[in-house]
Design a protein around this ligand. Sequence first.
Ligand code: EPZ
Length: 421
Amino acid sequence: MAMDRYVITGKQRLEGKIRVSGAKNSSLPLLAAAILGEGTSTLLEIPDLVDITHMVEVLEHLGCGVVRQGKTMQINAGGLESCEVDEALMRQMRASNLILGPLLARFGRVKISRPGGCAIGSRPMDQHIKGLEQLGVKVREKHGYIEAWTDHLQGADVYLDVPSVGATENIMMAAVLAKGVTVIRNAAREPEIVDLQNFLNKMGAKVRGSGLDAIRIDGVEKLHPAEHIVIPDRIEAGTHMIAAVMTQGDVVIENVIPEHLEPVIAKISQAGARVTLMDDSIRVQQRGRIRSVDLKTMPYPGFPTDMQPQFMAMLSCAEGTSIITETIFENRFQHVDELRRMGAKITVEGRTAIIRGVQTLEGAFVEATDLRAGAALFLAALAAEEVTVLEKVNYIDRGYENLEEKYRQLGAKLLRIHQEG
Ligand code: EPZ
């Protein structure tokens, strides 16, 4: 499908306030968790993103009634009847695999087509399957489909080989209706996991320990619907912080939970930017060039991989040489070639990138290859000389709500050109 493009005039200093939307990576598991409540749950502050639309399509396909009013989403899971999701729907967004746990808990059966890999990695599901099998689920993978079924879920002691966010979420959502106690060890500790725990407990579940490395779940008979406000998107907030730095700006980023941004704040401050924390907002000011810093992506509370491309764009213009190591995904340097086209001096050795800072980036024709690579190039274009044409910006629509108007308000000069076809 033809994708739209941005035409961005760089070197516009960004100033003013920008409000962060609800977290994409919390909204997606919360929407899946709504399946567990027999009735209508209400989620507030759900961002209007392509990935959310796709998850809603999956829920509707399963028989849920979903009504959106502005940022409020009502999901009626009372009428759930199907538990199969076909190829076309699954291909659109791999996070639809988060329906595995809830459907097994509600129905004891699910069939999904194996969500494909994506630009940044092969995205295996072995930890999801290992954890579900330990809860008594039978899993069969055939012809690109994953079939799972169980006549009853039994609590178990699950150890994850990698602290997978999705696997932790799927196992949590199956375990809440299992018989007995489940402990998930080496669990992911992201704030989105804590948000999911809070929603599940409002539904009557008994989950404790999210955010630490062991989560304990006491299974219950059934869950009732609940209402919940999604946490703000820490990756969107981090992206705006970098936009302020790269344009030598002065920006107040509103609707943030500062502790969710600790690793990002630490690194941006280490690079020399001036960061001021308020209760639920952060001010970022920058004058002159930032210093180079070394960076290693790690599971939370380490530096988030979802901020790595954006940070690389910023370090492309730092004083000195920086080293970035991407430890989470095996192919998350697609933005390097495009940044090079804008004059960045970057070499890649396996999972390590060496960035020699340049005085300034130059406008060029570049294209987004995935969501966060697109965000990185968007930021680079804001800071570059003259004009940048950024192709395939529909990737960016997956994770950033109302980007154009939010940035125009800050003084950015950008046009979105629709491509027909
Ligand atoms: C979530 O993906 C996020 N997506 C990703 O954000 C994020 O990059 C990632 O967590 C890591 O923080 C959503 O929450 C919807 P993982 P997820 O399972 O759950 C390996 C964005 O830009 N692994 O924690 O799929 C895997 O290969 C997206 O918003 C296994 O080996 O990530 C990867 O190397 C991109 N076996 C690592 O773990 C498994 O069964 C982390 O993956 C599962 C994962």
